[in-house]
Design a protein around this ligand. Structure first.
Ligand code: CO
Ligand code: CO
Length: 311
């Protein structure tokens, strides 16, 4: 694909019909449970393959682990990762662990894609609907967890979502011929939206009331447990984002919140929206219409609700 425009993974043509898609991601624990941390990190690393329309087939572990911690914790992290990779119908074929003061875990993930299925940040088309497949606010909530202020119910809710593979959403996206896609991770919803707007030469328009939030995300954003990465996102991207003045500070924070294992943002031709949403519901794939794509540049966030579908 080249290095000019940033995309979710590297793409390398193999032959007349197929390409390899390769990505890497790893980070320190965001939840206390070692097994769940491993599984979330794996789901997060595989997400960049799904965002490009690729099918994962092989992964390698990348791990760092302190000498003073029980080795059983590392075993659990690796088991969580391996079982998540298996859920994606792929296999962990090895890896490498180093000693470090802080545990870290992730994957090099490799997938395959046939020509015509490639999804990029550069494919978003004016007139399309914007579909989001997971709520936002996981950065706020995992920061609250570190501060010891997150309730068990809210932790369980966000953990279940972070554990969820983007595979079924990606399969649905390719069946319905979406124009472009990306996944929502460290740059937050608006950061990744801005990347897509720039790569596609279009404007992305979001409707704030349509954007799904994790339970508890709003109250923790209001209390100010804001991850450093999310504050950086706001500084880095706000020049390209125009927001209704009525939008509150905590809502701005959430729109820029750095996500772990976030959902896919899809650009879906409007004529296929009804059928897409109906099939998503039947197959248990969460999907929210959060805005639309138009001519222009940058990102716009409106405080108004989406116009009703019949208009
Ligand atoms: Co990505
Ligand atoms: Co990534």
């Amino acid at each position: 694909m080249g290095l000019e425009a940033p995309d979710d993974a590297a793409v390398w043509r193999l032959d007349d019909s197929r390409s390899l898609v390769i990505t890497v991601d790893f980070f320190p624990p965001i939840v206390d449970d070692a097994y769940q941390f491993g599984a979330i990190a794996a789901a997060n690393a595989l997400s960049d393959l799904y965002a490009m329309g690729a099918t994962p087939f092989l992964a390698l572990n990348i791990a760092a682990f302190p000498a003073h911690l029980p080795l059983e914790l590392l075993t659990q992290i690796l088991r969580g990762g391996a079982e998540k990779v298996r859920e994606a119908n792929a296999v962990v074929a090895g890896g490498h662990t180093i000693k470090d003061d802080e545990p870290k875990f992730g994957l090099v993930a490799v997938g395959l894609i046939s020509d015509g299925n490639l999804l990029t940040k550069g494919g978003f088309q004016p007139g399309d609907s914007l579909i989001l497949t997971k709520p936002i606010g996981s950065g706020i909530l995992t920061t609250a967890l570190k501060a010891g202020t997150l309730s068990d119910t809210h932790l369980q809710h966000v953990t279940e979502w972070m554990l969820r593979l983007n595979g079924p959403a990606a399969t649905l996206a390719s069946r319905f011929g979406v124009s472009g896609a990306t996944d929502i991770t460290g740059f937050g919803l608006l950061g990744h939206a801005q990347e897509a707007a720039q790569a596609s030469g279009v404007q992305l328009v979001f409707s704030l009331p349509a954007i799904p939030l994790y339970d508890g995300a709003r109250e923790h954003a209001r209390k100010g447990s804001i991850p450093g990465g999310s504050a950086d996102n706001q500084l880095n991207f706000q020049a390209q984002v125009s927001m209704d003045a009525m939008i509150r500070d905590e809502e701005r924070t959430l729109l820029y919140d750095a996500q772990t294992s976030g959902g896919l943002l899809l650009s879906l031709p409007k004529r296929r929206q009804e059928a897409f949403l109906r099939t998503a519901e039947t197959e248990g794939v969460p999907a929210w219409v959060v805005g639309h794509v138009t001519e222009g540049e940058g990102v716009v966030v409106s405080g108004e609700a989406m116009p009703s579908r019949s208009t």
